[in-house]
Design a protein around this ligand. Structure first.
Ligand code: CO
Length: 136
């Protein structure tokens, strides 16, 4: 685990929240990206070294639609940057954490991602992400 790479926030309406977070942070989002496999549209903000990812469900399936229905808008996950996601998955499994996808998948923002089940991490969904922009 290295630093926190970003914090993910589930929102109902990405356009509305893009405007809200632009006002809050004083900068506009620098990209929007759909991740069809996750049924989400994302936008990213950067302030200093910190990034915020907003996530909107693009249909009624997928984890963000589920989350919004159960909990409403709010913090959805904390993402940590890792150098070697496969090694980190193995390490966390040995430590007793439940990994939601043991095979890393392609996430937004040129990342390979894997998630730790919130039941094994005090109710917080943890994303591991490895930057693969240089390899693509
Ligand atoms: Co994320």
């Amino acid at each position: 685990m290295k630093k926190i790479e970003h914090i993910g926030i589930a929102v109902k309406d990405l356009n509305v929240s893009n405007k809200l977070f632009s006002k809050l942070l004083g900068v506009s989002h620098y990209k929007e990206e759909e991740v069809l496999s996750e049924h989400v549209k994302t936008s990213f903000f950067k302030r200093g070294p910190n990034k915020i990812e907003l996530l909107e469900a693009i249909d009624n399936e997928g984890p963000i639609a589920q989350f919004l229905e159960k909990k409403g808008e709010g913090v959805h996950h904390i993402a940590f940057e890792v150098d070697d996601i496969v090694a980190e998955i193995i390490r966390l499994k040995k430590e007793g954490f439940t990994i939601l996808n043991e095979t890393p998948k392609k996430g937004a923002d040129n990342k390979l991602v894997a998630f730790v089940h919130p039941k094994s991490s005090n109710g917080v969904l943890i994303e591991l992400c490895q930057d693969v922009s240089k390899e693509m």
